[in-house]
Ligand binder design. Structure first.
Ligand SMILES: [Zn+2]
Length: 236
């Protein structure tokens, strides 16, 4: 199915990205929802040109431009510390940032993320990078399972199947990530999408009923990474 066809599927058919991120997925796994039939847009052949990051260069540059708002989530693991070895990019698939924040704070599904980035680049900080919160669900990143334990979750407001990320969202995410990537020396290959880590999980466990993800789309991943490369290289 191509993107043109995908784009006409009503938004109501999509389940909030964060649905799959809960500890308890029983409710979601019993849903015979349309999302399962959507194609997974990423494949191993769809390569990104990764390079070694100059971590010192990440810390240079201008002062922060985008607004940050604290919006703590109670949904995190009190007994663990995040190893911060990777970044997983998501979209919320909710109509507004307000609704996304509500789900990520008050939902009985116990979902969370580190930051929600609105269309204008405003960042809603939900917990510190060192916190383990629930954004990835069943997942594998470069061979390692349970990504919540060692990755940062970034939720872009909106639905990248329907519309691309805004430039402000991308630049705000990079601004947020600069000091984190520098501090923890996160390699570029560990900056991935929810779709990629879910696809890796399903490849290892083909009998798993865990459904595939479309966030963020491969096209928007490339879009984001193109900016990331440009920003990092420009500041060298
Ligand atoms: Zn997601």
């Amino acid at each position: 199915m191509n993107r043109k066809i995908i784009s006409i599927i009503p938004a109501c058919l999509f389940v909030l990205c964060t649905n799959c991120c809960a500890n308890n997925e029983t409710r979601q796994e019993t849903m015979d929802n349309a999302e399962r039939t959507l194609p997974v847009t990423w494949s191993a052949n769809d390569s990104i040109q990764y390079f070694d990051i100059d971590y010192d260069a990440l810390l240079t540059g201008e002062a922060n431009k985008y607004r940050e708002v604290s919006h703590p989530t109670p949904n995190y693991d009190r007994n663990a510390v995040n190893e911060v070895k990777g970044v997983i990019l998501h979209h919320t698939a909710e109509p507004t940032a307000e609704k996304s924040l509500d789900v990520l704070t008050n939902s009985p599904r116990n979902v969370g993320t580190h930051v929600v980035i609105d269309y204008d680049g405003t960042r809603y900080i939900m917990c510190a990078p060192e916190v383990v919160t629930y954004h990835a669900g069943p997942s594998i990143l470069n061979g390692r399972e349970s990504c919540n334990k060692f990755t940062i979750g970034i939720e872009f407001q909106g639905n990248t199947v329907e519309a691309p990320l805004t430039e402000d969202q991308i630049l705000s995410a990079i601004e947020y990530l600069r000091p984190i990537i520098a501090k923890y020396h996160i390699p570029m290959k560990n900056i991935v999408t929810h779709e990629m880590v879910r696809k890796a999980y399903k490849a290892k466990y083909p009998k798993s009923k865990t459904y595939g993800k479309v966030d963020i789309t491969q096209a928007e991943y490339k879009h984001f990474m193109a900016y990331f490369k440009k920003e990092v290289k420009a500041k060298k």
